[in-house]
Design a protein around this ligand. Sequence first.
Ligand SMILES: C[S@@+](CC[C@H](N)C(=O)[O-])C[C@H]1O[C@@H](n2cnc3c(N)ncnc32)[C@H](O)[C@@H]1O
Length: 352
Amino acid sequence: MASPNLTKFAYQTLQQGKSLAGLAHKGISSKLMELISQDNSPDFPLQRELFNELRDSMSELAEIDWEEADEGLYPKTQLFEAPWLEWARKYPWVWLDMPSTWNRRKKRKTRDLPKDIDRDSYPDYYLQNFHHQTDGYLSEHSAELYDIQVEILFNGTADSMRRRIISPLKKGLEKFNHRNSRKLRVLDVATGTGRSLQQIRSALPEIELFGMDLSGSYLKQASKYLSARKGKMVELSKGNAEKLSFQSNTLQGVTCVFLLHELPPQARQNVINDCLRVLEPGGVFVLADSIQLSDSPKFKPVMDNFHRAFHEPFYRDYINDDIEARLKEAGFENISANSYFMTRVWTSSKPY
Ligand SMILES: C[S@@+](CC[C@H](N)C(=O)[O-])C[C@H]1O[C@@H](n2cnc3c(N)ncnc32)[C@H](O)[C@@H]1O
């Protein structure tokens, strides 16, 4: 790789580019939505002070992301991990998909799902068009577009936010340093298209890695994404995170990224409880999800807008929820948390 300064500059430029592209896309698409769909949802006036806070918080995130790569927590190549050609190919689909998304949003159609799904295989809360997404999580079309849509939503910071689980995960696994690292088993719960799995795999290339999700289509996408990249094989399985198909006390690490805000309160608790069950005593649990009102009150307008603009039925409840209390209720200890831009990361461990 080029000199460190040059690489850092390239990374900063890339992040700024992604951020501008995300902002431009959102600006144009919301104007078009007003024009074509005549959706009169109130606009989100971004006050200058808030805009500055967001920009600073995003720069801090990029700085941490760079520093942790520089310290060797994960390879620097990760910072540039973006399937550009694939995204370029898929970007027109995002536009083509938009009119149906606007229509669902305008008509408040939140249960517009493929006819051929077996509804009995999923909990009722899952059978919705989260983010007004076409087919919810239940088609290959949705899985193909997910990554690029999330990149746009977070102005190109989604992977940097996901990567904040790596440092606490590695630290938590140090307890097992006396063991052969090939024997360490880590599960990524609700892995979606597998982006966190790939980040973990490149930071911890020797461990045994598992991913699970309730969507077969998203797992298929994850499998495609992971097998196109170098690394040890990752085992993927379909299931409900409330009842993991792993035996008790058999994993040393569990991660879970951007799931909790899409669950009703009891399911949230069930997932946390089951993550504790599958961990071996001493094992580490790293949870990442949206920031909340208690830790980031200055971003309340952003959280309110997210709830208003996208179909996120459990988000309002989530941003008021006490996750630390839930972790304690499940039986976790050594709980700590940090916020990075739009993401909060909780780390805890299972008592001996
Ligand atoms: C917002 S996405 C996050 C995906 C991924 N972790 C990421 O970082 O992009 C939420 C994911 O949770 C999955 N999901 C939702 N409810 C679930 C449940 N009860 N059990 C397992 N997966 C679930 C969805 O299928 C989807 O892939």
